[in-house]
Design a binder for this molecule. Structure first.
Ligand code: EPZ
Length: 417
């Protein structure tokens, strides 16, 4: 099992390119099975979650190539409409394939995606939306048997929570449906807009993506096209946190300022200077960080839950007390225990974490609890005194492409063994 070894207290400086967004590539690959001909996705990161999605596409019968960040998908040869359990287990967000497989084949069988490190990860909103669109879904022995002989029909879907995945599944199922689908209380994340842009370029008729209500007029067919994936706003935030904790000064290429609307003010409150210009961003951190009084994770455009862990690492070494409320997932503080092992002073009460900043953290051996918790430990290791050894970095590799290379390019002393 590989580990990361970090020797802290190295100030980050220089510049780097931000990778393409993992949470955009996954639904884009799922949606590509609906398009005739070839879809070409540019700017795709090499990640284990992306490889897992490519495995699913190949299993279904697609021809897929992935070279130097470009993924080409030809879906004309699809001959299967089930996703095997081991592939579902490998990545629970494979549920986003459900709407596409049903729309393509009129049926689908996939195992219930298990929970993950963040909690049970229910899919009731996905299933309710698809049932409203005429899909019959049997749940038995952990397997979802779905069928829709008469074809998917448009429906009025009111999501009780702006679930990203449920919005994506409903949108994908709706593009070739008979009639119009309206999704209210839809997720507004940039990845939803990216998916809508790709599908519209394939010939879909999706209106209002990025707002609370999305309207989709079903069309007869879609033709594959070329699409560049948006930059990963969570990776950008993680790099900002790495710069902040090392009193660094770095430039990030390939950021969209509006995607970081709720994140930038947090770093400014901590005392960082953040300047955007033409798709780039420069962050300059102070010698000593100030605490961030109150952070609450919310659906976009609120503060992203995926940024909570990496930003907590920053507040752990800031002067003063920061309060962080995790409103989206019930078990997303598993990095706290590991940060405390490094000398952080953090108390968790339910969904509230109270972080008393400490002057320094100490390197020690820690275990990554999940994807963004791993990122938090990397940020902590970069500013800790001495050597930090992080195991369980398979989690990190799900979402961060060659992260140790990126960070050493910015001056960090970090090695994968
Ligand atoms: C997406 O997950 C992202 N994953 C997550 O990123 C991200 O944290 C999350 O959106 C929120 O922004 C991908 O895009 C692949 P949700 P998703 O449906 O779609 C509850 C990362 O670190 N819920 O918006 O699963 C759910 O339990 C990952 O990159 C239901 O109750 O998120 C959670 O509490 C982690 N029923 C909340 O909604 C449902 O049917 C948000 O879930 C669906 C969700």
């Amino acid at each position: 099992m590989s580990k990361l070894i970090i020797r802290g207290k190295r100030r980050l400086s220089g510049e780097t390119e931000v990778q393409g967004a993992k949470n955009s590539v996954l639904p884009l690959l799922a949606a590509s099975i609906l398009a005739k001909g070839e879809s070409v996705f540019l700017g795709c990161p090499h990640l284990s979650d992306v490889e897992a999605s490519i495995k699913i596409l190949r299993y279904l019968g697609c021809k897929v190539s992935h070279k130097d960040g470009t993924i080409c998908v030809k879906a004309d040869g699809i001959s299967r409409y089930d996703i095997p359990t081991e592939l579902m287990r490998e990545m629970r967000s494979s549920i986003v394939f459900l709407g596409a497989v049903i729309s393509r084949g009129g049926k689908a069988r996939l195992s219930f995606p298990g929970g993950c490190e963040l909690g049970p990860r229910p899919i009731d909103l996905h299933l309710k939306a698809l049932r409203q669109m005429g899909v019959s879904i049997e749940e038995r022995y952990g397997v979802l048997e779905c069928s829709c002989e008469k074809g998917i029909k448009g429906a009025r879907i009111a999501l009780s929570f702006p679930s990203v995945g449920a919005t994506e599944n409903a949108m994908i199922a709706a593009v070739l449906a008979k009639g119009t689908t309206t999704i209210t209380n839809a997720a507004r994340e940039p990845e939803i807009c990216d998916l809508a842009e790709y599908l519209n370029r394939c010939g879909a008729k999706i209106y209002g993506a990025g707002e609370g209500t999305i309207v989709i007029d079903g069309v007869e067919s879609l033709t594959g096209c070329c699409h560049t994936v948006i930059p990963d706003r969570i990776v950008a935030t993680t790099l900002m946190s790495a710069a902040a904790v090392t009193s660094g000064d770095i430039v990030l290429h390939g950021v969209v300022q509006s995607h970081l609307g709720a994140v930038t003010p947090v770093f400014e409150e901590a005392g960082c200077k953040v300047v955007f210009s033409r798709g780039n961003m420069r962050i300059t951190a102070p010698e000593k960080l100030n605490s961030v009084k109150h952070i609450r994770t919310m659906p976009y455009p609120g503060f992203p839950t995926d940024c909570q862990a990496p930003v907590m690492a920053m507040t752990a070494v800031a002067q003063g007390t920061s309060v962080i409320v995790e409103n989206i997932f019930e078990n997303r503080f598993r990095h706290v225990g590991e940060l405390v092992r490094m000398g952080a002073n953090i108390k968790v009460e339910g969904k509230v974490a109270v972080v008393e900043g400490v002057p320094k953290l100490f390197g020690t051996s820690v275990v990554a609890p999940d994807l963004r918790g791993a990122a938090a430990l990397v940020a902590a290791g970069l500013c800790a005194r001495g050597k930090t050894e992080i195991s369980g970095i398979n989690f990190l590799e799900r979402g961060y492409e060659s992260f140790e290379t990126v960070l050493s390019g910015l001056g960090a002393d970090i090695k994968k063994i």
